[in-house]
Design a protein around this ligand. Structure first.
Ligand SMILES: NC(=O)c1ccc[n+]([C@@H]2O[C@H](COP(=O)([O-])OP(=O)(O)OC[C@H]3O[C@@H](n4cnc5c(N)ncnc54)[C@H](OP(=O)(O)O)[C@@H]3O)[C@@H](O)[C@H]2O)c1
Length: 163
């Protein structure tokens, strides 16, 4: 199973402000779409509610502790590991797409083989943060600087397996 984390952060590690992403950067959403299209998205319940609907062309698994929660067109899981167990032998790539709580747990549990990291080249105000990254087990595979209304740096990191 291929499991990647996909995140956009600001220079000061902000990823969200309340339920919102505190920037509009032309091209950055298309990059997210291109990376994740055809795959399986795993996201926290708060991130799902801020998007409000399943994203086309991708399956969505929502992680929640509330076993009454349901959302049309999505499945739910009681933890990140439950979500990955649900994927089972499905050959499609899995993308862990936030938010803050889910990223923290995915990194702490070493669930992702790779990280697609976009760093918006500005500071942002917010109250949801991405942990300090990269940590030493991740090596840079590829990077591209994109010019836009706010420039953004896309980097792809691969985890060196230590197990
Ligand atoms: N910049 C980016 O790339 C990016 C990407 C995604 C999201 N975001 C932003 O991130 C923010 C949301 O992040 P957040 O940290 O507040 O929330 P979140 O991670 O999206 O969701 C948190 C919820 O996930 C569920 N959950 C977390 N850990 C769990 C576990 N171990 N087992 C079962 N359920 C678990 C709980 O749902 P229940 O309360 O239902 O139990 C919890 O309340 C928003 O601002 C959003 O816009 C940014």
């Amino acid at each position: 199973m291929s499991v990647s984390l996909v995140v956009a952060r600001s220079l000061n590690d902000v990823i969200g402000n309340g339920p919102h992403i505190p920037w509009r950067v032309k091209g950055e959403q298309k990059l997210f779409r291109d990376i994740t299209m055809g795959g399986i998205l795993v996201m926290g319940r708060k991130t799902y509610e801020s998007i409000g609907k399943p994203l086309p062309g991708r399956d969505t698994i929502i992680v929640t502790r509330n076993d009454q929660f349901s959302a049309a067109g999505c499945s739910t899981a009681g933890s990140l590991t439950d979500a990955l167990a649900q994927v089972g032998n499905d050959p499609r790539p899995v993308f862990i797409v936030g938010g803050g709580e889910i990223y923290r747990q995915a990194l702490a549990q070493q669930l992702a083989d790779s990280v697609h990291l976009t760093t918006i080249q500005a500071e942002a105000e917010g109250d949801v943060y991405f942990p300090a990254f990269p940590t030493p087990e991740f090596v840079l595979q590829d990077e591209q600087l994109h010019n836009s209304n706010i420039n953004y740096l896309y980097q792809h990191f691969i985890r060196i397996r230590t197990d």
